[in-house]
Design a protein around this ligand. Structure first.
Ligand code: DGY
Length: 428
């Protein structure tokens, strides 16, 4: 079974490769997506390291002059996707992009790929990306944590990558949709509507997009003007982790001057993440920076604390309790939202389903902290999901049904990089 899944995973990456960049899946997502590409690079790195570097290099071709790496790179127009470049109206050259970012996982992959084979050639590839990573992380510090408090905010649910998380319901309910342009969704022509966000969510996604477009995507004004500004523990913890990896890269690659700046970002995030501790829920949750309201419950982001290098028992003990409680309720860990929450939906995108890339980060953090039992539960469940339902975009935590897009690049990539039985001993 392992060998044929491995071959199938290779075939998916190669089949979704449009020439130096990879689409998440044909049809539903026909462009280059930011964090998808990074996980794809980790998959390519298991059999073609040169191609893996190329994926990251093409991703950074979309970087804006202010340092932002957008969430979508529109290299060739595809009318099968909405909202496309004519809706975003950004001015990046030589190809258009979307107007905000996505979870900053790139530095994590660059460190992994360099350390996998620290040859002169790979050092050169990593050195070529290093200043771009610095600019990207500086952009997050400047424009998504403008008060300098160390909890990183997003201006659009799409920026989190977790589009319809129940925690966005309260902030989205405050978004005025009375002036949105008429639009036609395309996602539900590719995938069953019961697995996708609702129309009421899309209306709000459009209103927020229009607020950024109205200020010409000026990075300061976007934040001032956005009707949605929510601190996200997943982005905060991923950035904290990515900064630690960037610091390690700076040390290995000889970027001495940058070290102090990165250390400053790390200290700030270590302090700031505490402001996302939700006493009621006993977990890190989102916090609406406009209303002060915390997220409603435990999302999979709460289990990223070890990945971020957080080792405080006051955080980890309740986190393990949540893990064990939830593990007793679902067949497959880790659901994107707490199954005890009334709004949990096991097949609807980020309101319950399991995502292999999130499992990868959670399990990696658990393993790094020596929690091999829970780490192995997450890896084994992910392996069982793929064995049962193939390389789907996401999966039901209840019955393992595959959902969303099929032949999905990042699911195939993390299979190769982590889930596959050949990695079991090392990963456990
Ligand atoms: C989509 O189109 O559903 C994407 O998640 C937006 O990034």
């Amino acid at each position: 079974m392992g060998a044929s899944l491995k071959r199938a995973a290779h075939d998916i990456l190669i089949g979704n490769d449009l020439g130096g960049y990879t689409v998440p899946t044909k049809g539903l997502y026909p462009y280059q997506w930011n964090w998808d590409s990074v996980f794809v690079a980790l998959g390519f790195a298991t059999f073609d390291l040169d191609r893996a570097w190329r994926e990251l290099e093409t991703l950074f071709e979309g970087q804006w002059t202010d340092g932002m790496v957008p969430h979508i790179l529109f290299r060739k127009n595809d009318p099968g996707y909405f909202p496309g470049p004519s809706v975003w109206q950004t001015s990046h050259e030589p190809f258009p992009t979307s107007g905000h970012s996505q979870p900053p996982v790139a530095a994590i992959a660059v460190r992994d790929m360099f350390e996998k084979a620290p040859t002169d050639e790979n050092a050169e590839r990593a050195k070529g990306l290093f200043p771009k990573l610095m600019a990207f992380h500086r952009w997050w510090a400047t424009y998504r944590d403008p008060s300098g408090e160390g909890s990183v905010a997003i201006i659009h649910p799409w920026e989190s990558g977790r589009d319809n998380l129940p925690d966005w319901d309260e902030p989205l309910s405050l978004v005025d949709v009375s002036r949105i342009d008429a639009y036609e969704r395309k996602d539900t022509t590719h995938v069953d509507a019961s697995m996708r966000p609702l129309k009421q969510d899309y209306d709000r996604y459009m209103a927020i997009l229009q607020s950024g477009r109205a200020v010409g995507w000026d990075p300061h004004k976007v934040v001032e003007n956005s009707p949605f500004l929510v601190a996200d523990p997943a982005i905060t913890m991923i950035l904290l982790r990515a900064n630690r990896d960037l610091l390690a890269l700076a040390e290995r690659l000889g970027f001495q001057r940058e070290r102090v700046e990165i250390q400053g970002w790390i200290a700030r995030l270590e302090r700031g993440v505490a402001s996302l501790w939700n006493e009621t829920v006993q977990a890190y949750t989102t916090k609406n920076l406009r209303s002060g309201v915390f997220g409603a419950g435990v999302s999979s982001a709460a289990f990223l604390a070890p990945f971020a290098g957080i080792s405080d028992p006051k955080v980890l003990d309740p986190m393990r309790n949540h893990f064990d409680r939830i593990a007793g309720k679902v067949t497959y860990m880790v659901p994107s939202y707490d199954p005890d929450y009334e709004g949990f939906e096991h097949m609807r995108y980020w309101r319950g389903p399991v995502w292999a890339v999130v499992n990868y980060m959670i399990a990696r953090g658990l393993r790094e902290q020596g929690d091999t039992l829970r780490a192995e539960r997450v890896r084994q469940d992910t392996a069982n999901l793929v064995a049962k339902s193939g390389f789907a975009e996401y999966f039901s935590p209840i019955d393992g049904t595959g959902a969303g897009g099929r032949s999905f690049s990042w699911t195939a990539a993390v299979w190769l990089a982590w889930v596959s039985p050949t990695h079991a001993v090392e990963a456990a």
